[in-house]
Design a binder for this molecule. Structure first.
Ligand SMILES: N[C@@H](CCC(=O)N[C@@H](CS)C(=O)NCC(=O)O)C(=O)O
Length: 201
């Protein structure tokens, strides 16, 4: 597998996922600050011209959550996704999709102060406050979103909560968020991904 990434971007989620999966992979730096995403070769992999992206033989994909789901299925030995037919797969998919579908737009709303004519009922993510409250309830018993079992959904949600708390500082520092993101940051794959980021930056 080849991961197309750039330090200090959303591609950290896919990088962390590759480190969790534990299989050898190749990293290709796409420097989005120098227009590296604007080449025909990269657009053929991700027409959006955004990192992360992944190729695996003839397979090519982008979108962080899709990459996490793909890698979890490609590397079943890492145990990063409940198997087909396991009821835990319901919540796994729920949280995997929640990151892009609810957390990201809620952050954007918080940053921009955007108000929608139909309010929280018509916004797909409800509101920033609703997303924060739902996430707090999801991570407070822990240790992971699926209980004892760490999954690719924690990569997406854990990364977004970590950065919402510590970098963007828009997530309120409630004890459940602090404890959950500290657990994420203790993982050896997280530490390896951070070291790769630091070296790449
Ligand atoms: N929906 C994508 C978002 C990826 C994204 O926004 N990447 C940004 C960096 S954080 C990017 O590559 N921007 C370059 C550009 O738009 O030209 C995902 O979740 O993977």
């Amino acid at each position: 597998m080849k991961l197309y990434w750039c330090p200090q971007t959303r591609s950290l989620r896919a990088l962390w996922m590759m480190e969790e999966a534990g299989r050898p992979y190749e990293r290709v730096l796409v420097d989005i600050r120098k227009g590296g995403q604007d080449t025909p070769e990269f657009r053929a992999i991700n027409p959006m011209g955004k990192v992360p992206a992944l190729t695996d033989g003839a397979a090519r994909l982008a979108e962080s959550a899709a990459i996490c789901a793909y890698v979890a299925e490609r590397c079943p030995e890492a145990g990063l996704a409940p198997a087909l037919g396991d009821p835990a797969r319901g919540r796994y998919l729920h949280w995997l999709f929640f990151a892009g579908g609810c957390i990201e737009p809620a952050y954007t709303q918080k940053f921009t102060g955007l108000t929608l004519p139909g309010g929280a009922v018509s916004a797909g993510w409800g509101s920033f406050e609703r997303v924060a409250d739902v996430l707090e309830a999801a991570v407070e018993s822990g240790p992971w979103l699926l209980g004892e079992r760490f999954s690719a959904a924690d990569v997406m949600v854990g990364n977004d909560l970590y950065y919402g708390l510590h970098l963007l500082k828009i997530i309120p520092p409630r004890p459940a968020f602090l404890a959950y993101t500290a657990r994420c940051a203790e993982r050896s794959a997280w530490k390896r991904a951070q070291a790769i980021e630091a070296a790449g930056a």
